[in-house]
Design a binder for this molecule. Structure first.
Ligand code: AMP
Ligand code: MN
Ligand code: MN
Length: 320
């Protein structure tokens, strides 16, 4: 079995990073890796680089050590890319390319073969955080590492409700809560709690949502003007797509927000049949069977039409 510490043996300079617009799994897996390696390799220079994560993750130890500006530095001995493949590393991709040894830990089906010299990619895993737990030496686990991993798992499984939750996920979660952190508060404060603005924009997106394909698809979007009105950032839009997915009768939900003129960040979710990773991959993105994303150009209607074609094709195949 792949052992992270063993793979890092002898390294003096390690960089850890994850995908752009980091989510809970990305932050949790990077920070758990950071906390573990710092503990077992106190002599090494270890950096964790991420785009600014949401404030809700500040409960993770050493959150303030996260570097949000990636300065081009000396080539790392080891680069650990978590919860993504290298093209989603953003500014850190150049450092990945320069690293003497590249390690990739991921669970995206769109990255099944991995992008490192050493890969631990398990598309059936709930989260990259669950995989980090597999590769760290259990005798060095502590409450803070457990908390970071737990946050990653709950965010990618929607608190153990999505189909990526396996018996192993729950077993792992059981071992983690045995460290004694306050998990109900963690769940409330990092997952369910919404700011007033987040609720307002959620309400607005739901109000303006449309269902089509005989009620099997739901779509909504937020434009830049609306985001500016509420002074909202992309982090304030998390969860909207999940709310669209649970509309009775809906198989596939689409949520998009404008990131530039005629350019949208698209989130896709499905319930049972549609492989949204396939749809997102076609448009240059990727993800998982039930949750995926991509960036698309055109008007709102162009984007919906282009996506619908691919969604409908799959629905016809399963005679849904
Ligand atoms: P999102 O809709 O952004 O919450 O993303 C859903 C899932 O798809 C997450 O696991 C993301 O990491 C993944 N994902 C989103 N956008 C992309 C992309 N452009 N390429 C690959 N995976 C993506
Ligand atoms: Mn992620
Ligand atoms: Mn993930």
């Amino acid at each position: 079995m792949f052992r992270l510490w063993k793979e890092c043996e002898g390294a003096e300079n390690i960089v850890i990073s994850g995908h752009v617009r980091p989510d809970g799994d990305c932050v949790g897996s990077c920070m758990a890796t950071y906390l573990f390696l710092k503990k077992v390799m106190p002599e090494a220079r270890i950096k964790v680089f991420l785009e600014q994560p949401a404030d809700i993750f500040s409960c993770i130890q050493d959150y303030d050590k996260i570097e949000t500006e990636c300065h081009i530095d000396e080539a790392p001995d080891i680069f650990i890319a978590l919860d993504c493949e290298k093209t989603r590393l953003g500014a850190a991709e150049v450092l990945f390319d320069k690293a003497k040894k590249k390690i990739n830990i991921d669970h995206h089906i769109s990255n099944a073969s991995g992008c490192g010299d050493v890969n631990y990619v398990v598309p059936t895993a709930s989260s990259a955080s669950e995989l980090v737990y597999d590769v760290i030496d259990k005798e060095y686990m502590d409450l803070e590492i457990a908390k970071a991993i737990y946050i990653g798992i709950i965010h990618d499984t929607g608190i153990f409700q999505y189909s990526n939750t396996s018996p192993k996920t729950l077993q792992t979660a059981g071992e983690l809560i045995a460290f004694g952190f306050d998990f109900p508060t963690l769940i409330d404060e990092t997952f369910y709690e919404k700011t007033y603005v987040q609720n307002q924009i959620l309400g607005r997106a739901l109000l303006e949502s449309i269902i089509f394909m005989d009620g099997k698809c739901a779509v909504s979007y937020v434009d830049q003007k609306t985001m500016a009105f509420y002074n909202a950032t992309p982090k304030d839009l998390e969860g909207i797509v999940n709310q669209l997915r649970i509309v009775k009768g809906v198989e596939c939900a689409i949520f998009m927000y404008e990131i530039g003129t005629q350019q949208y960040k698209v989130s896709l979710r499905s319930c049972k049949y549609v492989d949204v990773s396939k749809v997102a991959t076609f448009f240059g993105g990727g993800g998982h069977v039930r949750a995926a994303g991509c960036t698309m150009n055109g008007s709102f209607y162009d984007v919906v039409n282009n996506l619908s074609e691919h969604i409908e094709e799959q629905m016809v195949q399963v005679k849904y």
